[in-house]
Design a protein around this ligand. Sequence first.
Ligand code: SDX
Length: 392
Amino acid sequence: TGGVTTIDPGYKNTGSCESAITFLDGEKGILRYRGYSIEELADKADFLEVAYLLIFGELPTQAQLDKFHADIKEQSVVDEDVKKILDAFPKSAHPMGVLSSLTSALTAFNPSSVNVESEEDMYKAIVKILGKFPVLVAWTLRKKQGLPLDYGDKNLGYVENILKMMFKQPNEEYKQNPILVNALDKLLILHADHEQNCSTSTVRIVGSAHTSLFASLSSGISALWGPLHGGANQAVLEMLNGIQEDGGDTKKYMAKAKDKNDPFRLMGFGHRVYKNFDPRAKIIKVAADEVLSDLGIEDPILDIAKGLEKEALEDKYFVDRKLYPNVDFYSGIIYRGMGIPTDMFTVMFALGRLPGWIAQWREMRLRKEPIGRPRQVYIGENRRDFKDIKNR
Ligand code: SDX
């Protein structure tokens, strides 16, 4: 049988590791980073502070945070030859595929980040990727738009500079908009870590072979791309747009979602762990209202989303299966309000999840976890003799 007697599809009931980073309770809808509630962090911290907390375990002092940001800024330059790889992609390439490739390619331009054993070497690789990944994100967006690639401004905050690199129009002064900066900061915090989800487990298992941090993160980006995982935020907007174009007939889509013969799923609903409201979805739903009204945007898509949510919460099929809105259900509505293109939504998820992936990879390495290598139950052919091709 290959050594085991039972399997656990999708690891629904398997604990892969011990971790001190994130705690979540699916029944109670609780999410904490290093013991701090997501509600408090989203309200009182900024993203770089939360990144520091996740990676190193404590909220930083002002001096620690300033040094962390300074070390990251020092590493915020990307080798110009990386642009040659970016140039090779067609404009139609999905940004998640571009970023998975460029993140792995960074290994070639930063050979010292490959074999890291000491905490000091890990720190150097960590500030490198925290400095360079936002640049790659901005370059990927602007390349698709045919706009010049920019490094932003070292005097800006971490999140503010990301927005500047993404949105500064040529020959225009960057108009800092605190609504957008605060909204993105909060969204990135809410996406920063989520214990052993699919992409984080991917980063851990790839990293368990002592693969470099950048190559391990590249694998995580690929896993997050999937529509059942981080790709859901893009799929939600495509679904909502489809419903709107179809005359806003949410009942038809609810029926499709419940039809076993129809592969259609209500994207942004359901969760492997949360059998209650995803606490992040609650915060993002409120933020969506605030951001859109602050920006003076009346988006009918938000009303369709709320209508769908209301129907699902009263529908036996969804209630019986404890299917509630998850983090992806409302986030895309904010990104759209911020002017972020739909195919960049999952990239924004990756930008938020980066410190969580880093924290989990670092914990796995420091705890000297063994290489990941599960077993199987063999269900194939018994032993049989080779047949020459003329006798087959
Ligand atoms: C993320 O793991 C994480 O923490 C992920 C994440 C993170 O922060 O990293 O939270 C981010 O990925 C959120 C999830 C985003 N994905 C989506 O919104 C896609 C739609 N959701 C589903 O595909 C599904 O709910 C999953 C993938 C999220 C969870 O899948 P499970 O746990 O494997 O559950 P399942 O597929 O076994 O479904 C159980 C039942 C099934 O019905 P029955 O066969 O029992 O009759 O619920 C049904 C499913 O058909 N179901 C849905 C549904 N989700 C589950 N039916 C309709 N629409 C849905 N969305």
